[in-house]
Each structure stands twice: as structure tokens, then as C-alpha cells.
Design a protein around this ligand. Structure first.
Ligand code: GTP
Ligand code: MG
Length: 254
């Protein structure tokens, strides 16, 4: 066992410290390299899924004349945030443990126009044969007690590296604009009160979630109504462009 010997000559102690530091630095250097590679895999996984979403969005826009997505954002957890979560969960900080327990290192948030778009996007994504669905949490069908609504998918995507293929978990949160606005406000409130939100804030927040839900229902209804009827401008244009049919009543009078 290595112990500090107080009788050691000062010069020896200094040398030992220097030696230990260079070994530590080497260890740190290799750990940093390992961490960089580890996070790179998650970045690639995130980019793979982001591309899939972008392709679906563009195809949908081209074929159905409707953009189901308002906004897509992505984020990679920082090493500090991974460490904080590992500590919170009370698990060891080795990369193997992190890989198996922290599933939201790579995260994407897809903000859709309507609730039907949320489910349609989720269906189109999870139906892709190279994606493995690891978990689905439907907080739209079953909102959280605080009013939170979103559809969470945890998928695994293969990433083809130069010498190997790794399966990377990516968390995808799908929600509507109204759900996103609510979640953003709730996040700020939660942060401000450090999870101890007073009742006179919790209640109106829940009411706001219900209003957002009501708005989603109204907007969806309007969207379907507008899409199932031909716009007046199109009707007028079609009438104008149609070759004029001679009126049988007046035909041949000249
Ligand atoms: P985490 O350990 O925080 O990842 O939670 P979890 O593993 O139980 O997963 P869950 O699917 O419940 O939530 C994951 C993520 O969804 C969170 O990191 C948030 O981004 C979001 N989320 C979940 N619940 C809420 C909520 O009540 N309010 C807000 N604003 N966001 C939430
Ligand atoms: Mg999370």
C-alpha cells in the first residue's frame, strides 16, 4: 500500500510528486480521449436521427403540401451534466455504467404543428427498420400530474464508424407548439423554485396546461376543416382557368 512517509527527504518527495503528476496527466489524457470518442458516437447518432427527421419533413412538404414540423433542436449532454446525473442516480462514473444508465446523452426535440403530426412523425420514425424502439413514454395520452404533455421516444440508431458499428441511444421528444410553450415556462418556474413550487403557482400552471390542450384541439379541428375544403381563392382560379362552356340556352341564337 502506498503511504506518505513523513521522514522522506524533501527532494525525494518533490520528485515523487512530479512523477505522480505526469502519470496522472497521462491517465487524464487517455481518459479525455476516451470521453471525446464516447461523446462523438452520441453526436453521430443524434445527427443520423436529425437527418431522418429532416428527410421526412421535406418529403411531407413536397408530397402533401403540409409542413408537419415547426422546429427541431438537438443537444448533447455536457460531461458536467452527465456527471451530475450519475451522482444523482448514485451510480459509478465509468463510461460503461454511463452508457447503460444515462439514456438521454443525445436528445432531439421536435416541435410539430398539430397533435396528429406528433403521432404521424413518431409512426414514420419508429417504422424505419434500422431504428430500434427502446422505450415510448406517451405523456400526451397520459399527461404528468403537473400538466406536462409530450411524446418521448427512446430509439437506438446504428452508427457506422471506420472499424466498427455502434448502436447509439437517442431520446426524441415530440410535442406541439402549445405544449412546448408550456414546458418552457414550467421549466423556468421549476428552476426558480428549485422543485418547491407553491400551490398558487402550481394551480394556474395546471390550468395553463389545460388551456394549451384546448387550443391544440381547436387548432387541429381548424386544420382539418381548412384542409378538407378547397380554398375560395383556388376555386376562383379554377373557374377562371376553365375553358368557357357555351350556355345551352343561348347557344346557336346568333
Ligand atoms: P430525466 O432523468 O430527467 O431524464 O427523467 P426521466 O428519465 O424520468 O425521463 P422523462 O421521459 O420523464 O423526462 C425526460 C425529459 O423530459 C426531461 O429531461 C425534460 O426535458 C422533459 N420533461 C419531463 N417531465 C417534464 C416536466 O414536468 N416539465 C418539463 N418542462 N419538462 C419535462
Ligand atoms: Mg433527461
Amino acid at each position: 500500500m502506498t503511504t506518505l512517509d513523513s521522514r522522506q527527504e524533501p527532494t525525494q518527495a518533490t520528485e515523487a510528486t512530479v512523477l505522480a503528476s505526469s502519470a496522472d496527466l497521462e491517465l487524464l489524457g487517455s481518459a479525455q480521449g476516451e470521453l471525446r470518442r464516447f461523446l462523438l458516437e452520441y453526436r453521430f447518432g443524434m445527427e443520423e436521427v436529425r437527418t431522418k427527421i429532416s428527410i421526412l419533413q421535406q418529403e411531407f412538404l413536397a408530397l402533401h403540401d403540409h409542413n408537419p414540423i415547426e422546429h427541431v433542436s438537438s443537444r448533447l449532454k455536457t460531461p458536467a451534466s452527465i456527471l451530475a446525473k450519475v451522482t444523482r442516480k448514485g451510480v459509478g462514473p465509468s463510461l460503461g455504467v454511463v452508457r447503460s444508465t444515462i439514456t438521454d446523452i443525445a436528445g432531439l426535440r421536435v416541435t410539430c404543428s398539430f397533435v396528429s403530426d406528433v403521432y404521424r412523425m413518431a409512426e414514420m420514425l419508429t417504422g424505419q427498420p434500422d431504428l430500434t424502439v427502446l422505450r415510448v413514454r406517451d405523456y400526451i395520452a397520459r399527461p404528468k400530474p403537473n400538466g406536462y404533455r409530450s411524446l418521448h421516444l427512446l430509439v437506438s440508431v446504428p452508427v457506422f464508424l471506420s472499424t466498427s458499428v455502434v448502436d447509439v441511444p437517442v431520446e426524441i421528444q415530440l410535442r406541439t407548439v402549445a405544449m412546448d410553450a408550456w414546458a418552457s415556462l414550467e421549466h423556468k418556474i421549476h428552476y426558480k423554485y428549485q422543485a418547491d413550487v407553491p400551490d398558487d403557482v402550481t394551480r394556474p400552471l395546471l390550468e395553463a396546461a389545460e388551456s394549451a390542450n384546448h387550443m391544440d384541439t381547436l387548432m387541429e379541428g381548424l386544420h382539418h376543416r381548412v384542409h378538407s375544403t378547397t380554398p375560395i381563392a383556388t376555386e376562383r382560379r379554377q373557374a377562371r382557368d376553365q375553358p368557357s362552356v357555351p350556355n345551352s340556352a343561348t347557344a346557336g341564337r346568333r
